[in-house]
Design a protein around this ligand. Structure first.
Ligand code: THU
Length: 160
């Protein structure tokens, strides 16, 4: 038997202004996109902005539904949109911002497990790490250099 350890590196920024200008712009697009969320049931709005290797940016926001499980998270709206609009173009960065009309969210909001799995599919296929930045409505931002940092020991096509 061996006892092993997984170590996750991440970077914590105190404010959006600590990011590179290009990353600030991407996060600002996520914040703008968040305002287009359709979230009447949870009152929790999420925006995502993706930077592609061809310089294009693709955005998404969460889209809820009266049949709750039919709704979709912002990250997957954005990544599936990127995958369908620009197939085979690598995804370089993903910025995420979340807010609630019920309380102020100033801590970074990480992508849910299902979104991590969805992002993983693209990262595995492109073989280039995806930088992921996430924040609440305001305040600190967490950056990971790869989806692998959020989803270690992941399931992928190599098992099939
Ligand atoms: N949501 C996202 O858009 N992304 C996540 O990573 C977590 C949750 C959405 C789904 C739902 O519309 C609302 O936030 C509350 O869960």
């Amino acid at each position: 038997m061996q006892k092993l350890q997984l170590i996750t590196d991440y970077i914590l920024f105190d404010t959006i202004f600590e990011l590179d200008i290009q990353d600030q712009k991407l996060m600002n697009l996520a914040i703008e996109s968040r305002k287009q969320a359709y979230a009447p049931y949870s009152n929790f709005s999420v925006g995502a902005a993706i930077l592609l290797n061809n310089g294009k940016i693709v955005i998404g926001s969460n889209q809820e539904n009266a049949a709750y499980p039919s709704g979709m998270c912002a990250e997957r709206v954005a990544i599936y949109s990127a995958g369908s609009k620009y197939p085979r173009v690598s995804i370089l960065k993903l910025a995420i911002s979340a807010s609630s009309s019920l309380k102020e969210i100033i801590q970074p909001v990480a992508p849910c497990g299902a979104c991590r799995q969805a992002i993983s599919e693209y990262e595995v296929n492109q073989n280039i790490p995806i930088e992921i930045f996430f924040m609440g409505e305001s305040g600190k931002i967490i950056k990971v250099n790869s989806l692998k940092d959020l989803l270690p020991l992941s399931f992928d096509k190599s098992f099939l």
